[in-house]
Design a protein around this ligand. Structure first.
Ligand code: FAD
Length: 507
């Protein structure tokens, strides 16, 4: 049977706004896709999932139309199925390990089971079941969760009947124990959930005014509607997790102060929020943005609806995004939508030093970007920017490249070609060439050991840092990764904390 693709908004209509692009499977589609799974005796797909979801079991539950069972199976390992079902780079993870992908392929075969779409179907089942009260296990109606895009910016406050699994594993010896979590990205949220379910009293401290980390300020709502994120965060609140926004730990409050407030352990999920730059002439001209700033202005601060919102963003006529990861593709697709909303002829290009196959972005997003009309200028390396007499960006200078030998990342190195210099029009450039550790806290806490990139050093089994009772995980450990990898580390840390809390505890 052919793989089942979910429906999508048409490219022409979707670039006029921020509506979610990919629809949820209908029940019929989910059943068809689930039935393609051959239920391997020794399923390889599970080894491709950083949190070890029992993929075979949850798909079997779908086949039996036991959606509650499927939901609870995923929730055993993954708190956020509706999020991961939307953003996981499954083609490099579980789908790549699927028996339908040949060994040695760079990413999953198109024939591999669409595990992520099935996960989303089940996650959204949980989400929608909350709309009906606690009747989540009644027979699902055909169009109940199907083809219903989420409002991209609406806040969703439903109470999920099965999502929280509140207190099921709560231990008596944890009563009264307090743990602080710094950062509310996927690592912090996941760690908080694990601890709260264990019976610990958890407080998340977040420097921004909203929770979610990159899920909120980086990934645009046409990929991850904010309402879905609100739903998952609501689950944590139902478990008793306290969230304190607008506090920078290391500035407003130190780690020592947290210990003095009787927190027995601290988990650091600080992320990699510091953008890298190209260090090129002209990079400080007006209208050269880092992708992080650009996306934060739009996604978090609502620049797409300026002047209703307080934060504007420049919308260029010739936009160049530099980079080949998810951040670059997201920035390009956001810029294109802003042009469309502002009645500017869409003109967005991605400049990338290697070829498409080496691009680290999710394949689906690359495909969507192309469908939407974003131009890909590959094997192209910027070497400078130039502007007008008012200091505004006007041109970008580049060299063409060819691929050389593989570098330490295993990808073939881009080698600039002599005499290939060219110039292109560009009045808005968005630099998306990587993210580094957020060092606000570590610089204030010299006892925390960091590596040469500023990432926190941990014991990779326990996620302990160099300071007793402080743990870390996510992008602040080992650099920019994925949502599910951040969650995998957070789960490990939570496990250690739960094991050690009774004996290490001050309270
Ligand atoms: P973050 O999500 O960065 O969260 C860290 C949080 O800590 C932030 O909210 C920050 O404000 C807060 N914080 C930092 N310092 C302090 C402090 N001192 N005090 C209080 N709070 C603090 N991954 C995927 O799997 N799929 C994708 O499709 C995908 N797309 C991406 C698109 C973009 C634009 C970006 C930037 C990344 C993307 N990623 C994707 C990567 C993924 O989002 C990250 O790997 C993940 O968010 C890391 O989680 P985290 O919790 O470690 O950090």
């Amino acid at each position: 049977m052919q793989p089942i693709k979910p429906k999508e908004l048409e490219p022409k209509s979707r670039i006029a706004g921020f509506e979610e692009v990919v629809f949820c499977y209908t029940e019929e589609e989910a059943l068809k896709e689930a039935r393609r799974c051959v239920q391997c005796k020794d399923p390889t797909c599970i080894s491709g999932c950083p949190v070890g979801i029992d993929i075979k079991k949850f798909i079997k539950r779908i086949i039996k139309k036991d959606y509650k069972g499927a939901y609870l199976t995923i929730k055993e390992k993954n708190d956020f199925p509706s999020i991961c079902g939307r953003v996981c780079p499954a083609e490099y993870q579980c789908r790549k390990a699927c028996v339908f992908t040949k060994k040695g392929e760079p990413f999953a075969s198109g024939k591999s089971i669409n595990i992520h779409f099935l996960e989303r179907f089940v996650g959204d089942w949980g989400l929608h079941s909350s709309l009906r009260g606690a009747e989540g296990d009644e027979a699902i109606s055909k169009d109940e969760i199907a083809s219903r895009p989420f409002p991209p910016h609406a806040s969703y406050g439903g109470t999920p009947p099965y999502a929280c699994n509140g207190g099921a594993g709560a231990r008596k010896d944890m009563i009264g124990k307090k743990v602080a979590v710094v950062g509310s990205g996927p690592a912090g949220l996941c760690c908080a959930g694990e601890l709260a379910r264990g019976g610990v009293s958890v407080t998340i401290f977040e420097s921004l005014h909203k929770t979610g980390g990159v899920l909120r300020y980086g990934i645009p709502p046409f990929r991850l509607p904010q309402g879905v994120l609100d739903f998952e965060i609501n689950c944590l609140k139902k478990l008793g997790v306290q969230i304190v926004p607008n506090v920078i730990i290391g500035k407003g409050k130190t780690l020592d102060e947290l210990f003095k407030e009787e927190y027995s352990a601290i988990f650091l999920g600080l992320g990699a929020g510091t953008p890298s730059f190209l260090k090129l002439a002209g990079e400080n001209l007006c209208n050269v943005y880092s992708a992080n700033e650009f996306l934060t202005r739009v996604n978090l601060m609502g620049a797409y609806k300026f002047p209703e919102s307080h934060t504007p963003v420049n919308v260029g006529k010739a936009v160049v995004v530099i980079g080949g990861g998810n951040t670059a593709i997201d920035a390009a697709r956001v810029a294109l939508r802003l042009q469309k909303i502002n009645n500017i002829e869409p003109n967005v290009s991605i400049f990338y030093r290697r070829t498409e196959i080496e691009m680290p972005a999710r394949r689906l997003e690359i495909w969507h970007a192309k469908e939407e009309g974003i131009k890909f200028k590959l094997l192209t390396q910027p070497i400078g920017f130039s502007g007008d007499d008012k200091g505004h960006l006007r041109k970008i200078q580049c060299l063409s490249c060819q691929l050389g030998e593989p570098d330490s990342s295993g990808r073939r190195r881009p080698v600039p070609m002599e005499g290939s210099e060219f110039e292109a029009d560009c009045d808005l450039a968005i630099v998306a060439v990587g993210l580094n550790a957020n060092q606000l806290l570590t610089k204030e806490t010299p006892s925390l050991k960091v590596d040469k990139w500023g990432d926190i050093e941990v014991n990779s089994e326990t996620m302990e840092t160099s300071v007793k009772n402080i743990y870390a995980g996510g992008d602040i450990v080992g650099g920019e990764g994925t949502v599910i990898e951040a969650m995998g580390m957070a789960k490990k840390a939570a496990k250690t904390i739960l094991e050690r809390l009774p004996r290490n505890s001050k309270s």
